[in-house]
Design a protein around this ligand. Structure first.
Ligand SMILES: C[S@@+](CC[C@H](N)C(=O)[O-])C[C@H]1O[C@@H](n2cnc3c(N)ncnc32)[C@H](O)[C@@H]1O
Length: 306
């Protein structure tokens, strides 16, 4: 197995740090430490009194982050859904800010053996934490035609979900689909005209399903919110509409009414707990898009606790 290590360029890095680190003596949580990109920039901005807690579900990401972050950093290998009590043990009085940069890192995409990318022929795994849960290969063997169709349609938003699901079921009747290469071939044969788009969509769908990503996000947002001190901020970078919808609707539900001079209050939140720092999501500028094409679908939203 060959390892081609890629550095993960932190997306919207300047904006994240500018909007998140409001108090150099504060306590900051990076919920998605990954290759340590955002964490490193936060560490550079905080004082000796400040504190950084770097979390990730992936043990390999935690090792990577440990190699690039200051020794004063706290490291937690944890899923979003188990993060709150672990962070509370370190930051009993609450936190000043948190960032969640969702999805996969370049480190995970490009490290052979994980199955995140259809560009490599790897075992069809796709788990963020390879020590627990069902692999994508196991999931493909278990799901019914209807459930597989629903997974590809809902999480991959592929209009040809049924056709692809049928092809996968036909292939699995001949034997297991154990590698990314095997799955890619099934998809390419089923929908040759849209092969590239469908490959990306099906891999996204399987990744979301295997890692229970949307439920994890649903549990992270209120948990982090409850840990934030007044004036503390939560920044979320999402990469597809499903994540962004959850984030946007959570933030709007917490925010003070927005005022449009022509229409009056747009949102009636009786007892607002927060203020939207970004009314519209921030997206990468042309320079960043050129230098880091993987940032292309990124949307940054930030909210402040009142
Ligand atoms: C886009 S990467 C973060 C990259 C990081 N911001 C950097 O600049 O290096 C997303 C990270 O989130 C982690 N992750 C995804 N889902 C998670 C979950 N449910 N709980 C904890 N970590 C998760 C992944 O393992 C991955 O390392």
């Amino acid at each position: 197995m060959s390892l081609s290590r890629t550095y993960h360029d932190p997306v919207l890095a300047v904006k994240v740090v500018e909007l998140l680190v409001t108090d150099p003596d504060g306590v900051y949580v990076d919920c998605t430490a990954g290759g340590g990109g955002h964490s490193r920039l936060i560490a550079d901005r905080i004082s000796e009194k400040g504190c950084l807690i770097a979390c990730d579900i992936d043990p390999d990401a935690i090792s990577e982050a440990q190699s690039v972050l200051p020794s004063a950093t706290f490291f937690l290998q944890t899923s979003f859904s188990e993060l709150k009590p672990k962070v509370s043990q370190i930051a009993a009085d609450g936190i000043t800010g948190a960032i969640a940069d969702l999805g996969v890192s370049s480190f995970q995409l490009d490290n052979a053996g994980r199955g995140f990318s259809h560009r490599y022929d790897d075992p069809l795994d796709l788990r963020m934490n390879q020590n627990v849960g069902e692999t994508a290969a196991e999931l493909l063997m278990r799901l019914s035609l209807d459930d597989l169709t629903r997974t590809i349609r809902t999480y991959g938003e592929d209009p040809q979900a049924r056709r692809i699901a049928k092809a996968i079921i036909a292939e699995r009747e001949r034997g297991s689909i154990a590698t990314t290469g095997q799955l890619a071939k099934v998809i390419e044969n089923a929908v040759p005209a849209t092969r590239n788009k469908s490959l990306a969509r099906v891999f996204q769908a399987l990744r979301i399903a295997v890692n229970n990503e949307l439920d994890e996000l649903h549990s992270l947002l209120p948990d982090i919110w409850s840990l934030l001190k007044p004036q503390g901020r939560l920044a979320v970078i999402s990469y597809h509409s499903l994540e962004d919808r959850i984030t946007k609707s959570f933030m709007k539900s917490k925010a003070a009414p927005e005022y449009d001079p022509r229409m009056g209050p747009l949102l009636e939140t009786p007892d607002p707990e927060g203020r939207l720092v970004t009314r519209k999501p921030i997206t990468p500028d042309p320079d960043e898009l050129r230098e880091n094409p993987r940032s292309r679908s990124a949307k940054l939203r930030v909210i402040e606790r009142l």
